[in-house]
Design a protein around this ligand. Structure first.
Ligand code: BGC
Length: 279
């Protein structure tokens, strides 16, 4: 295309370079994702065909109290910081059904029943779509991470994304199709809400060694295994960056792989989720 243009209308080489750069950039299908966590709100522009971040990754502290209005303001800062004007996705640590927040285990209770899509769309003037954070992480892994086959298609069968962080998140995929909001971190196990005992936060709180924590994580994963008989567990959250610490201590029957995209999976999955809605 560029060769055609230069043939028809010879241009100085600097101009040709500029055209080439512009076209390369504009050929990228880009999306925008925001990952909301307890301490930070992170955002970047994403190449939807490779899962790479194609902008700086901006992070702004999550406001305290983390009310919908206060977070809406930070969302606008992240959007303007990237000069983004298209639709965008938001990964959020709660049940999110068609944009409406349905639980508040680790977030400000004022979020309950809020239509986050409507609120954020209203304050930003852009089309905003919110989804559960573990679902977003799973979407990213199934497309670009350990849940993707070499040809880029998702692993068939039952794949379970489990994230260990402040809470425990879950994303269930059946032949690559997401079953949203499974919330398996809140399974009752030995009389407790499972995430209170086996999350990464519980490891810090109870000052557990990796081996001690792995005993709890294995107990939890065996329970999920017994209920769902998955073909693969993908383990995400901050701990996925250090699999050598805990993976050797976990013995379950199901294949288990650490997630590949730990830091960026929420951002990438949120950006991808919007694309799915648009198709
Ligand atoms: C929430 C989930 C979330 C998980 C990980 C849990 O407490 O209920 O919605 O996915 O934490 O952030």
């Amino acid at each position: 295309m560029i060769a055609d243009r230069t043939t028809k209308s010879p241009a100085p080489s600097a101009t040709v370079d500029a055209i080439a750069r512009f076209e390369t950039v504009s050929d990228i299908r880009r999306g925008f994702g925001i990952d909301i966590g307890g301490s930070g709100m992170k955002a970047a522009i994403v190449d939807l065909d490779t899962g790479d971040l194609v902008s700086e990754r901006l992070r702004i502290d999550t406001p305290q109290p983390a009310t919908p209005e206060a977070m809406g303001k930070v969302l606008c800062e992240l959007v303007t910081g990237h000069e983004w004007t298209g639709p965008l996705g938001v990964a959020f640590p709660a049940v999110v059904r068609h944009g409406v927040v349905g639980s508040a285990a680790n977030i400000d209770k004022s979020w309950l029943d809020i239509d986050a899509d409507a609120l954020f769309t209203g304050v930003s003037g852009l089309d905003v779509h919110m989804l559960n954070d573990a679902d977003a992480a799973g979407i990213a892994e199934m497309r670009f991470g350990v849940g993707a086959l070499p040809d880029g298609s998702p692993r068939p069968g039952v794949v379970m994304m489990i994230t260990f962080g402040t809470g425990i998140g879950s994303g269930l995929f059946i032949d690559g199709v997401l079953v949203p909001n499974t919330e398996l971190g809140h399974l009752e196990l030995d009389g407790h809400d499972a995430e209170k005992k086996a999350s990464a936060k519980a490891r810090d709180r109870d000052e557990l060694s990796w081996k001690e924590w792995a005993v709890r994580a294995e107990r939890y994963l065996r329970h999920v295994e017994a209920l769902f008989s998955p073909d693969l567990f993908i383990i995400g959250g901050g701990i996925s960056k250090k699999p050598d610490k805990w993976l050797p201590h976990i013995e379950i029957d199901t294949e288990i792989l650490p997630a590949e995209m730990a830091n960026n999976s929420g951002i990438v999955g949120a950006a991808l989720a919007v694309e799915h809605l648009l198709v």
